[in-house]
Design a protein around this ligand. Sequence first.
Ligand SMILES: Nc1ncnc2c1ncn2[C@@H]1O[C@H](COP(=O)(O)OP(=O)(O)OP(=O)(O)O)[C@@H](O)[C@H]1O
Length: 244
Amino acid sequence: MTDTTSTPGYALECKGLTVGHGSVAVLRDFDLALRQGEVLALLGPNGAGKTTLLATLAGLLPRLAGGVSVGGRALPSGRPASANKADLVLVPDDRALFTTLTVKENLTIANKSGGLDVDGAMDLFPSLTKRLKVAAGSLSGGEQQMLAVARALVQNPRVLLIDEMSMGLAPVIVEDLLPLVRRIADETNAVVVLVEQHVSLALSVADQAIVVVHGDVHLRGPAGELAADPALLETAYLGETTSV
Ligand SMILES: Nc1ncnc2c1ncn2[C@@H]1O[C@H](COP(=O)(O)OP(=O)(O)OP(=O)(O)O)[C@@H](O)[C@H]1O
């Protein structure tokens, strides 16, 4: 039987975690241990199970097996309110903004005590300052992504899960946005799990990286070491299990 006891010192821990849809597993027996302020780049081709993993960590899907703990406390399976109470916040790939509300309203209704306030969020995303009174649905794609991350930050996350921050954005915007992930982890001490298709950029801001392919971990290690070995990454993406 899987030992799901949490280990002291880890801000986010998964042990023997299996996630999926209905009874169909898409990512099996997944282990993870991250400390405060660490950034994980979760990489892999389409259909690998990355989004399913994030949704499960956020309690939006029930676990099929294994355990998840945040700050040493076990999270119940399939309970988004419990995950949120444990300060685990998901930025989904569709951003899930309230499109008819203004930028300021989106931030104000999400604000939790102890988190950044609206002004603090504007320090990280100064270009949103002049858009505070604009409806979220009228923002550009890049601005909407900034707002989605800012809205997560005002919830004072201990664990921040960001699914495909760069989806639909021009490369030049992605190059500006991804370094903010590093700054967020450094300044707030949150764990950040970043699902990202821009592999080099993601590795440049991450501490650790994992490549999942068809539901299995094919490579994991320090992000810098993976970035320095493109051939190894390619091999992992092609489906061969390898190691740094
Ligand atoms: N709602 C669902 N019901 C059943 N199966 C699903 C559902 N959503 C995703 N899947 C399946 O689960 C598997 C993993 O999908 P998932 O979206 O987690 O992968 P991913 O790594 O995030 O890929 P992508 O980068 O394309 O988003 C895929 O085979 C997908 O078809």
